[in-house]
Every structure is written in structure tokens, then in C-alpha cells.
Design a protein around this ligand. Structure first.
Ligand code: GUN
Length: 292
């Protein structure tokens, strides 16, 4: 069984991105990333801190905008408009989910698609569906695809089951893996909570991607012997034996599934660091495109 080391692969990619940032700076362009977070969810704040820190570490201009929970939709839209117009900012990310009184679709629709490094704007969603190379591809699906490519796993012709149909992971990943060309050409099934005979569907997979948001949902009986398993889940569960009283687990019951598959990503240290590496990559792309 191979443990797919997302942390090491992401570190390598970040070094490449650092070189691209240096090359842009030599042309007078410093890639700038703005991360906006509304409210005080601790997990979201932790993600945003790592995004901002990585951006800074690799030499980007990095701005974090923290807004209180009571921020109105109009105030958030005003921030987005200001960032759309800011020539020092090439990438804008609004951390999801916002508080319930904010309509996320309206906020995403207000982003300049050329600065939408999350790939959530309808223009970019459409471009991914079209297989347009100019798309900004959402960072987590892009990170999953890159992990498979870097690990030398055959995607073309493979039976892939994507468990989960979210707009952030499941749907765009299914499109990426079924699109024509490198990193694509798979036979993709999207399964979810309403899928009949879910275990049986999952057992067909050469590559099983778990993005369902349920701790340790995927058990050994859902995985074919020798399959590749990509675990997108990040779930905090109570653990009285740990010093913090809690620990992170994925959407996969790691120990029992690892004993059965040919390769698997750990949580933490699998997909998570790749998401951030792809955000940096997308921000450099945005700066290259806008800077031209
Ligand atoms: N929340 C969880 N994942 C993501 C992501 O990739 N981008 C944003 N903006 N919010 C998220």
C-alpha cells in the first residue's frame, strides 16, 4: 500500500510557484491574493490563516480581510467591488460558507471572473464544463487530479467513483476527470447520499474519491481490493484520549481501508495541502493573465 504524501507533493509545487512568483516580480508584477472571511468559525479561520501564510511565504502580496458576523450582504459586495478594482490584487477568495444571512451565489456572481481563483463564478464553472483551458478550476478538485497525476496513477480509462456532488468538490472533479486529455478520459460515476446500493457502486471504482463530509463514512466493504482512495474529508471528531480532546479524520475509515487499497491519501497531509498549493498556482495564473 502506498501512502500518497500530499504534504510533500504540495511543498514541491509551492517551490515551482515560488519561482513563477519571482519571475513575475522581475517583470514588475507581484501576484496579489485577497482572502475575505466573514464571521468567526474557527475551522474557516484556520484554513484562511494557512492560505494567507503560504501566499506570504512564497513571496506574494497577501491581504486578509476579516469581517464581523453581522456584516451585511451589501457591505460584503462593496468589499468585493473594491478588490475587483484593486490593481495590486489578482486573486480574490471569499471563504465558504458565509453566515446564513448572506446569499453566497450573489457574492460569487459579483467577483471579476478573471480574479476568481476559487473557480466558483458561473463563467469559470461553465469553462470547466466546456473543457476550456482558460478556466479557473476549483482548488480542491484540481489538487485531487494533480495528486493522481504526480503519483503516476492511470486516470484515462479508469472507473472513477466520486462520492459527493458539491459545487466545491464533487461536481467539478467529475467534470475534470471525464474531460478529454491529460488528467481526464476517465469513466466517472457521481454517487451521493441518495444513491441506491452505494457500497456496490463504490466497489466498482478503480479510483474512489470520498467528498461526502461524513467522518469515516467509507468502510472497507465499499472498496475494491487494490483500488486507489482519495480522501477529501476534513472532520473534527471528539477524542478524549488526545490532548486537545478532538482529532481530525477524513471521510474514509483509514485503517481498515488502507489494508485493502493500493494507494491512499492520509488526513491530515493528503488533499488539504494540495488545495492551498493549487490556490497559489491559480493566483499566479491570474497575475500572468491580468499582467499581460
Ligand atoms: N471552504 C472550503 N473549501 C473552500 C475553498 O476551496 N474555497 C473557499 N472559498 N471556501 C472554502
Amino acid at each position: 500500500m502506498t501512502l500518497i504524501d500530499g504534504k510533500a507533493i504540495a511543498a514541491r509545487i509551492n517551490e515551482e510557484t515560488r519561482a513563477s512568483v519571482a519571475a513575475l516580480k522581475a517583470r514588475g508584477i507581484t501576484p496579489g491574493l485577497a482572502v475575505v472571511i466573514v464571521g468567526d468559525d474557527p475551522a474557516s479561520h484556520a484554513y484562511v490563516r494557512s492560505k494567507e501564510k503560504t501566499a506570504r511565504d512564497i513571496g506574494m502580496h497577501s491581504v486578509k480581510i476579516e469581517l464581523p458576523r453581522e456584516t451585511t450582504q451589501e457591505e460584503l459586495l462593496a468589499q468585493v467591488r473594491r478588490l475587483n478594482a484593486d490593481p495590486l490584487i489578482h486573486g480574490i477568495l471569499v471563504q465558504s460558507p458565509p453566515p446564513r444571512h448572506i446569499d453566497e451565489r450573489v457574492v460569487i456572481g459579483s467577483l471579476d471572473p478573471r480574479k476568481d481563483v476559487d473557480g466558483f463564478h458561473p463563467v469559470n464553472v461553465a469553462k470547466v464544463a466546456l473543457g476550456d483551458p482558460d478556466a479557473f478550476v476549483p482548488c480542491t478538485p484540481l489538487g485531487c487530479q494533480r495528486l493522481l497525476l504526480e503519483s503516476g496513477i492511470q486516470i484515462a480509462g479508469a472507473d472513477v467513483v466520486v462520492l459527493g456532488r458539491s459545487m466545491i468538490v464533487g461536481k467539478p472533479l467529475a467534470l475534470l476527470l471525464m474531460n478529454k486529455g491529460r488528467g481526464g478520459d476517465a469513466t466517472v460515476t457521481v454517487a451521493h447520499s441518495r444513491t441506491r446500493d452505494l457500497a456496490e457502486v463504490c466497489r466498482r471504482a478503480d479510483i474512489l474519491v470520498a467528498a461526502i463530509g461524513q467522518p469515516e463514512f467509507v468502510k472497507a466493504d465499499m472498496v475494491r481490493e487494490g483500488a486507489v482512495v482519495i480522501d477529501v474529508g476534513i472532520n473534527r471528531i471528539a477524542d478524549p484520549s488526545s490532548p486537545k480532546g478532538a482529532r481530525l479524520v477524513g471521510d474514509v475509515a483509514f485503517a481498515e481501508v488502507a489494508a485493502k487499497c493500493s494507494a491512499i491519501t492520509p488526513v491530515p497531509g493528503g488533499v488539504g495541502p494540495m488545495t492551498i498549493a493549487m490556490l497559489m498556482h491559480n493566483t499566479v495564473l491570474a497575475a500572468e493573465r491580468i499582467g499581460k
